[in-house]
Write a protein that binds this ligand. Structure first.
Ligand code: ATP
Ligand code: MG
Length: 549
């Protein structure tokens, strides 16, 4: 029995739908909402239409679509109520005026059925998509702007927050060396066939005679119910034509928590090398969407087992595997990394923090040693890992700006908080870390916390307890010293004035000594004290104080 879990209403509803519908919660035949308690339901399908549909407002709003999804016999499906908005009626009228048929298609329809509201609408029509877009814009009023992409035969219209893309139904054929198809006019079904997955090939009619009717020649609804990513035609054709679809398959599986059907998955394994004809930017776009899905480890396992990960991010695959010497094994750093990634993802949607989790141990394979006394060590993996970040970012065409610097910093510092878990840790060591991490200290602590994984529960508990102690100490010192946006009260300009010297090595030396003294807590951060301190250091360097001061 499958169901939905609606947290807002705290209900769990399941439908068994042959000739009857049964509504139950936790195995009982009751439906709870926060305001209503309804005893056992047994409905036949006409009753659903007559009684339940008009009352969607007091019942769980998603109930009825779910009921349709779970009713294999319920066809044809009409979702006119879902298309009862001015935009769709406008497109419908414009199509009628131009005497052409139009349909909502693709992601919007899929998301409607899954109740994931999407802002972008794709419209396909039998005829010119550009003409239809222009007509809709005209009817909507003068200030509606249309962007026409003549080369692609598409047009985009923005109404309020909604972006609507128009395209004429088309048939596509591909050449082996390119993922750019040769396009010719086609029927709605041709157009549905060129779509990547059955769940992305659903169309809803905007035509008067069957407004809202679902057109689903490839059983997309059935696959939505089965939570399955499947290609509408032979997967070898779909994936070989446009290999980006392999990444999209895994991305949708990861975003929606769906399976990929076995034939399609086998075909991804078979066609994986063809990912090379896709631009890095497009691949990375999909990879980032996988990273942002929850839990991201699922998408990564699909990438790993399909063989795609080896091609797009081989450094990560090198983390896989366990070596044993003298009965001592290290952990599998690939699966450990995935767990760290899932752990940070529970705490944060920040793509770059997630990237830091992916890359935090990336240099472990290169730094791995077996030392008979200590077992496995990975000395220096944090520094080498940080050095690898710009190379990996550049290869994947990720930004090389402050986002990359952030990831690099977190990889470099990821061991530091846990190294502070010693009874004799000095305030100075904590101050130094706060200073180095600066504004990113919270994210660093999140990463470090997420990095505490072990199969041994007691060990994790012990580490966590120690970790909390470090956190507390950090808070105390941060409150006292305000190190986050830390700036010495006396800067390089001041030093140059004090000694009347130009910029140069001496200024750097004095600045550094001041910073060290501050971090060691030897001097307070006040101008007068730092002035005196600078004078003393300068004297040692053979400098004299400018008499004009
Ligand atoms: P999302 O917007 O969440 O990424 P989506 O399904 O809307 O999901 P888009 O990239 O916006 O994805 O594409 C819209 C529709 O166009 C898809 O639902 C699918 O029908 C079709 N489509 C997009 N890319 C491809 C492709 N590479 N091959 C075949 N069909 C595609
Ligand atoms: Mg979309």
């Amino acid at each position: 029995m499958r169901g939905i879990n609606q947290q807002s209403l705290r209900i769990k509803v399941s439908f068994l739908c042959e000739t009857e519908v049964e509504v139950g919660i936790s195995g009982q035949c009751y439906l709870y909402t926060n305001t209503y308690f309804l005893p056992s339901f047994h409905f036949n399908l006409p009753t659903i239409n007559a009684f339940l549909l008009p009352h969607t407002s007091f019942l769980a709003p998603h109930l009825f679509l779910e009921s349709y999804l779970n009713c294999p016999n319920f066809a044809p499906m009409n979702l006119a109520a879902e298309l009862d908005t001015s935009i769709f009626h406008l497109i419908s009228e414009a199509s009628q005026k131009l005497n052409l048929k139009s349909y909502v298609i693709g992601g919007y329809v899929r998301d409607l059925l899954l109740k994931r509201y999407s802002k972008d609408i794709d419209i396909v029509c039998a005829g010119s998509g550009i003409r239809l877009a222009e007509e809709v814009a005209r009817m909507n009023g003068r200030d509606t702007s249309v962007t026409v992409f003549k080369n692609f035969g598409t047009a985009m219209l923005k109404i309020g927050d909604t972006e609507i893309e128009f395209v004429g139904a088309r048939k596509e054929s591909y050449r082996r060396e390119s993922r750019k198809p040769i396009v010719e006019d086609g029927t709605l079904e041709d157009d549905q066939l060129r779509r990547d997955f059955t769940i992305n090939a659903l169309a809803l009619s905007l035509n008067k005679e069957n407004y809202g009717e679902l057109i689903d020649p490839f059983d997309g609804v059935k696959d939505l119910k089965k939570k399955l990513i499947k290609t509408p035609q032979d997967p070898d054709v779909t994936f070989s034509d446009d290999p980006l679809r392999m990444m999209r398959a895994i991305r949708f599986a990861s975003q929606l928590g769906f399976d990929i059907n076995p034939e399609s998955f086998d075909s991804i394994q078979k066609n994986k090398e063809r990912i090379d004809i896709v631009s890095k930017e497009r691949v990375t776009d999909e990879l980032n969407k996988i990273i942002l899905s929850n839990p991201p480890s699922y998408g990564f396992k699909l990438l790993f087992y399909s063989g795609l990960l080896e091609i797009i991010l081989p450094e990560m695959v090198k983390l896989h595997g366990v070596e044993t010497i003298e009965g001592k094994s290290h952990k599998d750093n690939f699966f450990h990394t995935l767990q760290v990634l899932d752990n940070v993802s529970k705490e944060s949607d920040n793509l770059w923090l997630r990237w830091a989790a992916i890359l935090h141990d990336i240099a472990k394979p290169q730094t791995k040693r077996f030392e008979p006394k200590h077992g496995w060590t990975f000395h220096g993996h944090e520094d080498l890992g940080a050095k690898m970040v710009p190379q990996i970012f550049s290869k994947l065409k990720l930004p090389l700006n402050e986002k990359m610097q952030f990831v690099k910093k977190l990889v470099r510092l990821h061991l530091r908080p846990i190294a502070l878990v010693k009874d004799d840790v000095t305030d100075s060591a904590i101050r130094r870390l706060l200073f180095e991490a600066g504004e990113d200290i919270e994210d660093l602590m999140r990463l470090c916390n997420a990095d505490i994984t072990s199969k041994n529960y007691d060990r994790v508990k012990r580490y966590m307890a120690n970790f909390r102690k470090v956190e507390k100490k950090m808070q105390e010192i941060e409150e006292k010293d305000k190190l986050r946006n830390f700036r010495p009260a006396l800067d390089g300009e001041d030093i140059m004035k004090i000694f009347n010297i130009p910029p140069g090595r001496e200024v750097g030396v004095i600045k550094n000594e001041i910073k060290e003294a501050l971090l060691d807590g030897l001097v307070p951060n006040e101008y007068g004290t730092l002035y005196q301190y600078a004078v003393n250091v300068g004297k040692k360097l053979g400098l004299t104080v400018n008499s004009k001061n």
